[in-house]
Design a protein around this ligand. Structure first.
Ligand code: FES
Length: 144
């Protein structure tokens, strides 16, 4: 059997470390220039969850294509919006205490029933998304 000499082992280790180092450097660069293809808006409705898991006043955030969607069970029924703020595209969240959708970046506030701007710098209402209950499951997206 062929024995690996110390010199051969060091050469092999050196090459392995070089290749690993290059992969660590080049991998993120390639990922930056060739990002994974995510649909801007899904072509099919996205499952949110069971309707009885979302009580009035509660919300759920789900991945909706490239961006998250915010689904809220308001006093006027289910509403869904793109969670992307219309000011500088921060991700908005539901605040159950004040019953408004809040953008944490510059204190933008949106109404949960129609998405209009209550206060703050956002220039436009949140983008509404179609939401429906099929059986006992909530779906967001698809056709109205
Ligand atoms: Fe939402 Fe500025 S990014 S208020």
């Amino acid at each position: 059997m062929n024995k690996l000499s110390r010199r051969s082992f060091l050469k092999f280790s050196n090459r392995l470390l070089t290749i690993t180092g290059l992969a660590v450097i080049i991998g993120p660069i390639l990922a930056y220039f060739y990002p994974p293809k995510l649909e801007e808006t899904p072509s099919e409705p996205v499952l949110v969850g069971n309707a009885d898991e979302l009580s009035e006043g509660e919300s759920k955030t789900v991945r909706f294509g490239r961006y998250p969607a915010l689904i809220i069970n308001t006093k006027d029924g289910l509403r869904a919006y793109s969670a992307v703020c219309t000011h500088f595209a921060c991700i908005c969240k539901w605040n159950a205490e004040i019953e408004q959708i809040v953008c944490p970046c510059h204190e933008g506030y949106f109404d949960p029933v129609d998405g209009h701007v209550v206060s703050g710098p956002p220039p436009e209402p949140l983008e509404p998304l179609y939401v429906e209950v099929v059986g006992n499951e909530i779906y967001v997206g698809g056709e109205a």
